[in-house]
Design a protein around this ligand. Structure first.
Ligand code: TXA
Ligand code: MG
Length: 329
């Protein structure tokens, strides 16, 4: 793809919101912050705009996108909510939760955006800028993470710029995001199923529902052609540098991604970044993708990652780290 576009970068504010809505309506590609990661938005109802989005990201065309809307009323126009889906939406929207539901009969979202499925992934983000843009635009916006497909998800406008400058129309800079990992995705089928761990911890959802979430069938998580959540492709979050998990020691030439007190010998590492010195999974999630990018730039032999407990946002962090390590261990 030629880098023909002049990518405008605007600071958060009314002018940026107006320009974002205008660009979306014109079929343009607009990167904007959500509370989870920066998204690359396009008019979900405009198949040509969605095609441009797939092209700009270099994304496999079978990978369906999340439709972002301003509120539950807008969501109900495109997805069919059963009682449990309604409870989930009322409890956790706006926020880092995506629901996969049957499409409504008159759903206006393009087939390309849902990759021809009869289900649709919907999310109501809580970030004030994302909400302002969705309100101003007034239609569903598909927004995958604003990175080249397979790269680490962007948590600042600078990350977006380094991947997508010249490929998209506008970047709205709202500073670093709060959550740092993508939304939790639940399939609202017979019983809610955890398709992707993410920014809303499983424990919060299970406490509200009063029971455990169903796990997807095992092979749905493998790198197959028709996975349940196709974005769960095994090697999705890939730095160029090899990633080694659960490191309890450090070898010469390795960079260290620490969590909690750094392991003995950390001073010999090629570089050290600590996701959270105090061992806080929320702080670690917010730092995760930025630190992976930074360590990837250090030309180390390997990024050694210390163990991170699997509770709270730890589950989503470990999921992303396993994907970063696939094929590189
Ligand atoms: O936090 C987030 O969710 C971010 C921000 C920008 O909102 N967006 C994001 O989008 O992570 P993306 O495109 O990177 O991930 C979308 C995920 C993929 O795993 C995709 O396969 C899944 O949603 N998905 C979309 N539609 C689906 C459907 N109908 N059934 C199952 N999975 C679906
Ligand atoms: Mg992504």
């Amino acid at each position: 793809m030629e880098l023909a576009l002049n990518t405008l970068i605007l600071p958060a504010g009314e002018a940026a919101v107006t320009e974002a809505a205008r660009a979306l309506a014109a079929g343009g590609l607009v990167a904007f912050p959500t509370e989870t990661v920066y998204g690359l938005g396009a008019d979900a109802t405009n198949a040509q705009a969605v095609a441009r989005l797939y092209q700009a990201k270099g994304r496999p065309a079978f990978n369906p996108l999340i439709s972002h809307v301003a509120d539950l009323a807008a969501a109900e126009k495109i997805g069919r909510f059963d009682t449990e889906a309604l409870r989930l939406a009322r409890a956790f929207w706006p926020g880092p939760l995506t629901l996969v539901l049957p499409k409504t009969r008159d759903c206006t979202v393009s087939e390309l955006a849902t990759a021809g499925l009869d289900t649709i992934a919907i999310r109501v983000p809580s970030h004030p800028l994302a909400r302002a843009i969705l309100h101003a635009f007034g239609k569903p916006v598909v927004a995958p993470s604003a990175n080249i497909s397979g790269h680490v998800s962007p948590t600042t406008a600078a990350h977006v710029q380094s991947d997508l400058e010249g490929r998209i129309d506008l970047i709205v800079d709202g500073g670093p995001v709060e959550v740092g990992v993508e939304s939790t995705i639940l399939g609202c089928f017979d019983s809610p199923m955890l398709l992707r761990p993410g920014g809303l911890p499983r424990e919060h959802i299970e406490r509200m529902l009063g029971r455990a979430l169903v796990q997807p069938p095992r092979d749905a998580q493998a790198d197959s052609a028709q996975p349940l959540a196709p974005g769960m492709l095994a090697s999705h979050y890939a730095p160029r540098t090899r990633v080694r998990l659960n490191a309890t020691a450090i070898a010469p030439g390795e960079a260290l991604l620490a969590f909690g007190p750094p392991l003995a010998g950390a001073e010999h590492a090629a570089a050290v970044m600590n996701l959270s010195a105090r061992g806080d999974p929320n702080e670690a999630a917010a730092n995760l993708f930025g630190y992976l990018r930074a360590l990837d730039a250090k030309a180390a032999t390997t990024i050694a990652v210390m163990p991170i407990p699997d509770h709270g946002l730890g589950e989503a962090i470990n999921d992303r780290l396993r994907r970063a390590a696939v094929g590189r261990e």
